[in-house]
Design a binder for this molecule. Structure first.
Ligand code: ATP
Ligand code: MG
Length: 158
């Protein structure tokens, strides 16, 4: 299904914004133009739900979550950055593994099975994209993924 990714992303962010029970601020850095991608919307909804729920789960009181879309050489780079506890350097590469959870004691009280990001990785790769994480302990985490896209040609019609 072809969708304008910016609109699709905004709807998902809206849903989290309207239902959130935590004191976290949302910031959106998304284009005003349409960015069409051919995606399985159910699967991409699950990818974003998994990434955003983590960002919420690990955000401190009063933290900010920044949502962005950038265009880069035929790809959209979508990211979700939080101001949470972060992930130790040596563990960052493992968070996309099935059942992997950083520091069981730390995360036990937050619940979860350690499958969210493994599922996200599988689905992003099935769309021809990649997923990765950048994190600084004590400062925050940014999860990004890429999707191949075709730029809207609307501008050419005027
Ligand atoms: P599930 O998603 O299945 O409910 P989960 O959230 O523990 O469980 P993943 O979403 O796969 O599992 O994440 C794996 C681990 O990566 C988490 O347990 C956590 O340790 C770490 N992690 C993921 N996202 C963040 C984040 N935004 N900030 C800090 N740590 C994170
Ligand atoms: Mg999760």
């Amino acid at each position: 299904e072809w969708v304008d990714f910016t609109q699709f992303y905004n709807r998902i962010i809206d849903r989290f914004e309207f239902t959130k029970q935590q004191n976290v601020t949302f910031e959106r850095r998304v284009p005003t133009t349409a960015d069409f991608v051919e995606i399985d919307t159910d699967k991409l909804t699950q990818v974003l739900d998994n990434i955003i729920s983590n960002a919420m789960k690990y955000s401190p009181e009063g933290g900010k979550i920044t949502f962005s879309i950038e265009e880069q050489e035929g790809y959209l780079i979508i990211s979700v950055a939080d101001e949470g506890m972060g992930i130790p350097k040596e563990n960052v590469s493992k968070i996309f593994n099935r059942f992997y959870r950083v520091d069981k004691a730390r995360t036990r009280k937050l619940g979860g099975t350690g499958l969210g990001l493994a599922i996200a990785k599988e689905m992003v790769e099935a769309h021809g994209g990649e997923i990765w994480a950048e994190s600084i302990e004590g400062k925050g985490t940014k999860i990004s993924f890429s999707l191949p896209y075709i730029r809207s040609e609307e501008d050419d019609w005027e």
